[in-house]
Write a new protein. Structure first.
Lengths: 535, 306
């Protein structure tokens, strides 16, 4: 039988299943460079201003780590450089899409069902790759059109688009390969994301270590490094597409070869086994919750440490930038209050971090909901564990997980910023205070989600995330679009004192903690009284 | 005899759906009680009420000497539960889940656990996400059966098990009862399983108990199938009250007869001279189906597995 029989039908199935998701990421990601370009254009209206901004940052190693090197100081070149993290994102999305349509299908047993129809052995993988690579090509065209719409040269615009699409294609092929390795889709995603992280790190290290205008050879080990060598809008190096296509072809060939050698649903790597017996400590609901939450606690804390290093690293240059830009200064003053410039930056970044940490709080709270809807709360609740202790075992992580993450971020920000201004002893406690003062507002969102979980469990995810969305909107955009103070006051984050620099007002903090406590108590009381499980 | 479970007049609504509509259930200490009914009859809802997970809208329910809703945690120390679809945490191994649930319940017999793992042929090292449906059921069964409890609530526990493992399950449940006098409420629609294991049976339909008693008592309420080879064509059988589905083919007769009229029908047969006789008591399946045939068109409404 033709091993590709049925590929066309499977491509249509993928497009049908992803008819909302795929257009969404393609369009959103294609718009990112255009928006970035237009906001850079607003901040630096003349070519000279953009050039000056670019030259100022040529040697900023924090920016080089995050975005790579600047190869061209025109608006287009700076836009391509600033948007470069989008290439990593598009790579990861493409990889996840391929895994979603290959290994996930196999794991769920749907691949088996299809395999019994007239569908060739390789059709599923081929269809996933075709759909994902085509989506990336559409993205390339949209991205290029968006940038030409800004008045940028067409050649550079298409170079940028193709660099993005090629990155997407490479990681789609990586996804095809890792999907062959493991039985579980989760493990495949883990391997794939690790590969993407390694590609980012190699690019970052290579770019920082480079001499003069060129990165070191280490960057060439990473596809992300090659693609930044497209040097869109500068001296475009179109030939970098050739190794990209070659790598895609190679990875796909290996993936197909591996697929030909294995059984459906089997992996090449043996599944990891666990212990045959529980450790002595695994005997309480809290111990179980620790097993369920520890991965995300470690992940969020590590992420916040990185965030702290980045914020701490850019704080000094941000100050310099702010000093010269009235418009940005206003935005930060709204977030950070009217105090010393250094304080404004720290307070502003902590305010943004607190909003992100609230995402963690809401997610950890909603774990109760996913456990219940997945019928995994039932086996615990029919033992001698009471409902409240079960709920509290999860809420411990919703309340104290963000505390750990914020504290780490505050310490790292204080340390990195302190070293850059030569006074870590002063900046570390200030960074920590700026981070921890945000917690009562974060807890209010955890409390809101818990209250809904008790009262109307089906609505809890929607309301929890919507609550965070409202806070994000009010915090980041609300003041800029001149909403009244009464509306801004809806967000608990509005009431957080601007520390360091401002007064440590105790009353709002106490009130916020009381509100959070009341919402938690309401949620727990309702949870005790309602039916379980609500599917 | 002392009742472990006493429920009467249980009612429960979910929105406009009526899940329980005056259900009664009595389970005595030391018995294996079959709880029969098709999907959607209210079996799982009843068990969740017994577990204190759902609060009944009306009716009374006693479990041991307590109220399942108010005394949930203390009662839960004395029972173990296996749902029809055991769900596991993807990143915990089966062995970890068995130990954890046992400890949360208040005790696990390690020797018994290892014996059960062997008999059910279950690898406890696999992670939750790697188990098949049948193996997830085994994890739930081992965790419950190895726990040191007085009452087992089993809600279609063998769904997904292969026939060999189903046989192991039957042996283990029979042993449990014989050895420790444990009480078991076994919800099932595998009728052979119930017939093999249960002392008494309750049949539910649309949230209400329609029949309850020992299998012998239930049989008494229904018909026996008679097939006979006679010396001469029978006479007067058709006019006899309580005879149904009569087929006469020369000297061959086949009919069903209500148990109270069995004696009279046999007299008619011996009058015609009996050459051969087969009498078959109703199977549980027939008992069960009798309650699920719609009165109007005689179609079987219920889904019955096996």
């Amino acid at each position: 039988m033709n091993t590709l029989a049925g590929t066309g039908a499977l491509v249509r199935l993928i497009l049908r299943r992803d008819r909302f998701l795929m257009p969404l990421w393609v369009v959103l990601m294609a718009l990112v460079p255009m928006f970035l370009g237009s906001s850079i254009k607003q901040l630096y209206p003349t070519a000279a201003a953009v050039g000056e901004y670019a030259r100022e940052n040529l040697g900023n190693s924090t920016f080089i780590v995050l975005y790579g090197r600047i190869y061209d100081t025109s608006l287009g070149g700076v836009t391509f450089w600033r948007a470069s993290s989008g290439m990593l994102i598009i790579g990861i999305i493409s990889m996840l899409v391929v895994i979603r349509h290959t290994r996930v299908e196999e794991e769920a047993g749907r691949r088996e069902l299809l395999g019994s129809a007239v569908v060739g052995r390789h059709a599923g993988l081929a269809a996933a790759l075709i759909a994902t690579i085509c989506a990336n090509l559409v993205l390339a065209v949209l991205l290029a059109l968006g940038l030409t719409g800004l008045g940028l040269p067409a050649g550079g615009s298409f170079a940028a688009g193709l660099a993005w699409a090629a990155t997407g294609g490479i990681f789609a092929a990586v996804g095809a390969l890792v999907a062959q390795l493991t039985e579980g889709a989760g493990a495949a995603r883990g391997v794939g994301v690790t590969v993407a992280g390694a590609a980012f790190l190699l690019r970052a290290v290579g770019d920082v270590a480079g001499e003069g205008a060129d990165p070191s050879w280490v960057s060439w080990l990473s596809p992300l490094g090659w693609m930044s060598q497209m040097r869109a809008f500068g001296q475009e190096q179109w030939w970098v597409l050739a190794p990209a296509v070659a790598l895609i072809a190679l990875l796909v060939a290996v993936a197909f070869a591996l697929q030909a050698r294995r059984d459906v649903a089997a992996g090449l790597l043996p599944p990891r086994l666990g212990p045959a017996e529980a450790s002595a400590g695994l005997r309480t609901p809290l111990a179980l919750a620790w097993r369920l939450h520890r991965g995300s606690l470690i992940g969020w804390t590590a992420g916040f440490a990185v965030l702290g290093a980045v914020f701490g690293g850019v704080a000094k240059s941000a100050q310099d930038m702010l000093a010269g830009n009235q418009q940005l200064m206003e935005i930060f003053e709204r977030m950070g209050g009217e105090s010393a410039l250094s304080d404004v930056v720290i307070v502003g970044t902590m305010g943004i971090s607190a909003l992100i940490a609230s995402g963690y709080a809401v997610q950890a709270t909603l774990r109760m909901r996913t456990e219940e809807a997945g019928l995994r709360s039932e086996p615990v609740l029919v033992t001698s564990v009471g409902r409240v202790s079960w709920a509290l075992s999860h809420l411990v992580f919703a309340l104290f997980g963000p505390l750990v993450a914020m504290a780490v971020e505050g310490l790292v920000t204080g340390l990195v910023y302190g070293v850059s201004v030569g006074d870590p002893g002063r900046e570390i406690p200030r960074g920590l205070a700026a981070a921890l003062v945000q917690l009562p507002a974060i807890w209010v969102l955890a409390g809101l989600t818990t209250a809904l979980y008790g009262l109307r469990p089906r609505l809890a995810p929607a309301v929890g995330w919507a609550g965070l969305g409202v806070c994000l909107f009010l915090g980041l955009i609300g003041a800029a679009v001149q909403l009244s103070q009464a509306v801004l006051d809806v967000s608990p984050f509005t009431h957080i004192p601007k520390i360091p620099g401002g007064d440590l007002a105790g009353v709002p903090l106490v009130v916020l903690v009381a509100v959070a406590g009341a919402l938690l108590a309401l949620g727990l009381a309702a949870f005790r009284r309602r039916d379980v499980p609500v599917a | 005899m002392e009742n472990i479970i006493t429920a009467s007049g249980l009612r429960k609504h979910f929105g406009s759906t009526r899940a329980l509509d005056g259900l009664d259930l009595e389970v005595r200490r030391g018995e294996v009680h079959g709880f029969l009914g098709p999907n959607g009859a209210g079996k799982t809802t009843t068990i969740r009420v017994l577990l204190g997970l759902l609060k009944a809208d009306a009716g009374t329910v006693r479990l041991f000497d307590g109220d399942p809703w108010n005394d949930a945690t203390s009662l839960h120390r004395r029972l173990a539960y296996v749902p029809g679809d055991v769900t596991l945490w993807p990143n915990l191994s089966g062995g970890e889940v068995i130990d954890l649930l046992g400890r949360l319940r208040g005790g696990l017999d390690n020797k018994r656990k290892n014996e059960l793992l062997e008999r059910f042929d279950l690898d406890p090292k696999k992670k939750g996400r790697a188990y098949s449906k049948g193996n997830r059921q085994k994890v739930g069964l081992v965790a419950a059966l190895a726990s040191d409890v007085e009452l087992l609530l089993l809600d279609e526990p063998t769904s997904g098990l292969d026939p060999l493992m189903e046989e192991v399950f039957r042996q283990v449940v029979a042993e449990e009862q014989a050895r420790d006098g444990r009480t078991v409420l076994l919800s099932s629609h595998i009728l052979s399983e119930v017939e093999a294991l249960c002392d008494r049976v309750s049949i539910v339909r649309d949230g209400r108990t329609v029949e309850t008693g020992t299998l012998t008592e239930l049989r008494h309420l229904t018909r026996t199938t008679i097939t006979a080879e006679l010396a001469s064509p029978p006479d007067g059988l058709a006019d006899l009250a309580g005879v149904h589905e009569l087929h006469v083919d020369g000297t061959q007769v086949r009919f069903e007869v209500d148990t109270p009229q069995l004696d009279a029908a046999l007299r008619q047969l011996t009058a015609a001279g009996v050459r051969g006789l087969v009498s078959r008591p109703p199977t549980l399946e027939e008992l069960f189906l009798r309650h699920y045939k719609t009165e109007t068109n005689g179609e079987v409404k219920a889904e019955v597995a096996r």
